[in-house]
Design a protein around this ligand. Structure first.
Ligand code: CP
Length: 311
């Protein structure tokens, strides 16, 4: 693995290696070793053209926990406002010695373009409506920790699939890892290509819930939507929101996930979001371990640094 651009690029063995490495790093961190020397001397650039809370901060925390130098680039205040292109921005960062570039961009395909221009490893932190592979990896990690397996797990992904890079990456990765995914959405919020995706499709949340081990709720991404597609909040919530009554239809061991940011009261009620069967804050915590694993595997961290200096 040289870059991480799409969850679909990962083989079963590669994806499992990321999850196992994340587990090992999480165990080292839980033994109160706050900082590993693993990536000392490496430089990671966080290149964010779109807003982010969880992804940007957890990549920064992950890199710093492994002693990498971190450069945070945000579009606001940069020469992008003067018209500088992505390519020239990337080449400038490379000239400053970036070993890895973590990119979030509004254009689908931006991460793959970047990988053709720079020498270092490129990690896709979300490109348009296309993919968000580290989110899918941290979601799979969370499912495996909570449910003990991924093979045969029945996962419902609910909501605005059409504009969700999280949904696409999860479908591809979970299929590779042996889970059975069903997308649940109104027809207007499904992508036209959904028939080619390796998953089932339903328009009926109430019918799908009792057959699910994991329910992943998605935010309606109004910022990516033309008015014609935007559903009324009340109607959307009535048909596709996960409230107390719908939550009661789940079997006792089922879990509820959300990649965040969430709109409480629209796709998920506060009561469900804060319930012990919600993994939302665990997903955030696991995101740091998973991103540590990705940086470690792509930037060639010293293996002995996990076991020896970390123990
Ligand atoms: N899940 C996710 O990508 O969140 P942020 O937009 O806050 O990074």
């Amino acid at each position: 693995m040289r870059h991480l651009l799409s969850a679909g690029d990962l083989s079963r063995d590669e994806a499992t290696l990321v999850l196992d490495t994340a587990r090992e790093l999480a165990q080292v961190s839980s033994r109160s070793v706050k900082k590993l020397p693993t990536l000392r001397g490496r430089t990671v650039v966080n290149l964010f053209y779109e807003d982010s809370t969880r992804t940007r901060i957890s990549f920064e925390a992950a890199a710093k926990r492994m002693s990498a130098d971190v450069i945070n680039f945000s579009v606001k205040g940069s020469s992008v406002s003067k018209g500088e292109s992505l390519k020239d921005t990337a080449l400038t960062l490379q000239a400053m010695g970036a070993d890895g570039v973590v990119i979030r961009h509004g254009a689908s395909g931006a991460a793959r373009r970047l990988a053709g221009w720079v020498d270092g490893a490129v990690i896709n932190a979300g490109d348009g409506t296309h993919e968000h592979p580290t989110q899918a990896l941290l979601d799979a990690y969370t499912m495996r920790e909570r449910m003990g397996r991924l093979e045969g797990l029945r996962v419902a992904i609910v909501g605005d699939v059409r504009h969700s890079r999280v949904a696409r990456s999860n479908v591809l990765l979970l299929h590779t890892l042996g889970a059975e995914v069903t997308l649940v959405a109104p027809p207007t919020l499904l992508p036209v290509s959904v028939g080619t995706w390796p998953c089932g499709v339903s328009y009926d949340l109430d019918e799908t819930l009792p057959k699910s081990d994991v329910v992943m709720m998605l935010r309606v991404q109004a910022e990516r939507m033309r008015a014609a597609f935007f559903p009324s909040a009340r109607e959307y919530s009535r048909r596709y929101g996960l409230d107390r009554d719908r939550f009661a239809r789940l079997h006792d061991d089922a879990i509820v996930m959300h990649p965040g940011p969430m709109i409480r009261g629209m796709e998920i009620s506060a009561e469900v979001a804060d319930s012990p069967r919600s993994t939302i804050t665990e997903q955030v915590a696991n995101g740091v371990s998973v991103r540590m694993a990705v940086l470690y595997l792509l930037l060639g961290g010293s293996e002995s640094a996990i076991g020896h200096n970390g123990s």
